[in-house]
Every structure is written in structure tokens, then in C-alpha cells.
Ligand binder design. Structure first.
Ligand code: SF4
Length: 349
């Protein structure tokens, strides 16, 4: 998918104007995994927040920690081999890392819901769509079957499935890939979540269906006010629906800002590299510049900046000391020595 941002996209022009109340605060999150090869530091000090009705896209290459971060918010890293080794995740003021299992279950899966990339594996082929839609609802709320069916029909209408009453009796194989993803979205929304985490929700779909599903996310957000964390490696998807963008590299957020700040005034060399390596309407194919090299080994993360081995602007300090966070605007932050006043005079000519 090519990137296209409309210059007059007023909805997204100045998202330093806060959209709503803060609902999620992730503070200095560290996640490790024990493996036969040793301990992997998959997430290394991630901090960000999210507001009511906002869409935050978390982008980066495979293995950068974006899915692990969202799994931690969803409570999917509560037992070995994974461990939240440090940090806090506040959701509506409650620290999810400190809740017991029963209290966490009332939030994770109800107020926070998640959809995964492959609609084929997310649905159970042996159960009807109606059974799968109402299962979570009846588990978390004491309502009758008739009430649950009514809500299921409402949800199928919301995601654009026609003849919902008849469709409830059908099985997943009776739906196309795009419709199955709509059903997965309906299941995720049926308990009226406050936060929806979508992990690569369009990757398994063809381009036309991708566009329809992205439009559906926008419609749903307008109708329900749900906040969305979108995990993706696809900057075309980000350009379409994100309000803010967090760029992750080697387990850290290295730059975060509004969509316009990241697309028009990126500062971190990795963000610039990402933007230069994907097709754009204003760039010829031969002008694309893939980022050379590979991310560092997270069994033994580098002492200094994790991007140093691939960075065209690397300085001596980068190899030895991790850059701190520089605040460029109230909404745009970056972790790079090039933006840090303290490194002035060290820049290469
Ligand atoms: Fe490059 Fe240094 Fe900035 Fe890292 S801190 S991205 S190595 S200039």
C-alpha cells in the first residue's frame, strides 16, 4: 500500500490538542522472556499514553517489541516464560501489573479487547458465529440468551454484515476472509470495550478488503468512541487511520508524535529510514532506500543506542551511552543524540 496523507486532513492536523481524557499510561515497561538461549529483553523501557477516542499506531520491524507491548497491556504476559520485569500499566487509574487474576479478568477481555491478524485462526470452525459472538458477553454479563442474541445482531449490523439474524446460525467457512475479519471485530466490540488493541488487523487480507476494514475502524471509532492501539509494520495503514504514531526499535519507542509530525518532520534516523523505505506517491521506485543491516541481538542489547550499527549519523557517544528523550514539541519526542543539546559539538561534519 502506498502512503498518502491529505494536506488538508483537518481531523488530524493538530493532535497536540488532546482528544479526550487519558485512559492508558504505560510507564517504563520492561518485558523479558526466558529461552534455552538465555534471557531476551523484548521490551526495554517503553513509556506512552493514550486518550479517549484516540488511535495510536505502534510501528516497527518484526521483533521490535510492538506485539509484546500490546500483549502486556492485554495481560497475556502473566506467566513464564514471559515476565513484566519492571514498569507499570495504568488503565483508568488502576495498575494492571498489580491486579490479581480475578480483577484483571474483569478489565482485560472486557474493557480492553484485542483482535489478531488472521481471521481464519481467530474463529472456531466448529461453532456458529452467534455462539462465538455471545460467548464472551454471557461469560462477563449475566444476561439472557435473547438479550445476547439481540446485542450480537446489533454488532453484526455495526460491522456491516447484512441479514445478521440469519448469519448468526452460520459457521465461519460460510463467510469470506473480509467478512470473517468483520466478525472478529464484532466479537472484540461486543462487551463495549474502552480500548481496542488491533495487532496487524489487515495483514492477512487483500488490498481492497484492507481498505474496507480500515474504513470500518474509522466508522466504529466515530460511532462508539473506542480508543485504538494499532500494531502494524504497514505505514500505509498508519497514514490512513492513526492520530499519533510511536516508532519502536529494539524494544524501545525511539520517536513518538502526531501523524503529521512523524510523516513531515521525522527526526530519528530510524524513522527517516522507515519512511524512505516504503513506496510513496511523491517518490520514484529507484529513490527508495532500504535500511541496511539488521536489528541488534536482544539477548545482549547494546550499551549505547541500539540503532548505532545501522545509523549513517552515528557518533562516538552513541556506542557507549543510550540517548535520553528530547521533547521537540508537547507531542513529539525522540531518543537520539542528534537532538540532544548535551551532544552539541560532537556531531560529525
Ligand atoms: Fe544515530 Fe546516534 Fe541518534 Fe542513535 S543516537 S540514532 S546512533 S545519531
Amino acid at each position: 500500500m502506498t502512503i498518502q496523507i491529505q494536506q488538508n486532513d483537518e481531523q488530524h492536523q493538530n493532535l497536540s490538542i488532546v482528544i479526550g481524557k487519558k485512559i492508558l499510561e504505560v510507564q517504563d515497561l520492561h518485558v523479558t522472556f526466558q529461552t534455552y538461549g538465555g534471557e531476551v529483553h523484548a521490551v526495554r523501557g517503553v513509556t506512552f499514553d493514550l486518550h479517549e477516542g484516540e488511535t495510536l499506531a505502534i510501528v516497527g520491524e518484526s521483533g521490535c517489541g510492538k506485539s509484546v507491548t500490546s500483549n502486556a497491556i492485554m495481560g497475556l504476559i502473566s506467566q513464564p516464560p514471559g515476565k513484566i520485569s519492571n514498569g507499570r500499566i495504568f488503565f483508568k487509574g488502576k495498575d494492571l501489573t498489580k491486579l490479581d487474576k480475578k480483577a484483571a479478568r474483569k478489565i482485560q477481555g472486557v474493557d480492553i479487547s484485542m483482535i489478531f491478524q488472521d481471521p481464519m485462526t481467530a474463529l472456531n470452525p466448529t461453532l456458529t458465529i452467534g455462539e462465538q459472538l455471545t460467548d464472551g458477553l454471557r461469560t462477563h454479563r449475566s444476561i439472557s440468551k435473547a438479550e445476547a442474541d439481540k446485542k450480537a445482531i446489533e454488532m453484526l449490523n455495526l460491522v456491516g454484515i447484512s441479514n445478521p439474524r440469519e448469519r448468526l446460525k452460520q459457521y465461519p467457512h460460510q463467510f469470506s476472509g473480509g467478512m470473517r475479519q468483520r466478525i472478529v471485530i464484532a466479537i472484540a466490540l461486543i462487551c463495549d470495550p474502552i480500548l481496542l488493541i488491533a495487532d496487524e488487523p489487515t495483514t492477512a487480507l487483500d488490498v481492497t478488503i484492507q481498505a474496507q476494514i480500515l474504513e470500518l475502524f474509522e466508522e466504529i471509532q466515530i460511532k462508539t468512541g473506542v480508543s485504538i492501539i494499532l500494531i502494524t509494520h504497514d505505514l500505509g495503514v498508519v497514514a490512513k487511520i492513526a492520530d499519533r504514531i510511536a516508532v519502536m526499535y529494539a524494544g524501545k519507542i525511539i520517536e513518538i508524535g502526531t501523524k503529521r509530525e512523524i510523516f513531515y518532520t521525522p527526526t530519528h534516523p530510524y524513522t527517516k529510514g522507515l519512511l524512505n523505505s516504503v513506496p510513496r506517491l511523491d517518490l520514484a521506485e529507484e529513490e527508495l532506500e532500504p535500511i541496511e543491516g539488521t536489528p541488534p541481538d536482544l539477548f545482549a542489547p547494546p550499551k549505547g543506542c541500539a540503532f548505532a550499527a545501522r545509523c549513517p549519523y552515528v557518533m562516538e557517544v552513541c556506542d557507549y551511552v543510550q540517548p535520553g528523550t528530547t521533547y521537540l514539541t508537547t507531542s513529539h519526542y525522540t531518543d537520539c543524540w542528534l537532538q540532544d543539546e548535551r551532544a552539541k559539538g560532537l556531531f560529525n561534519d
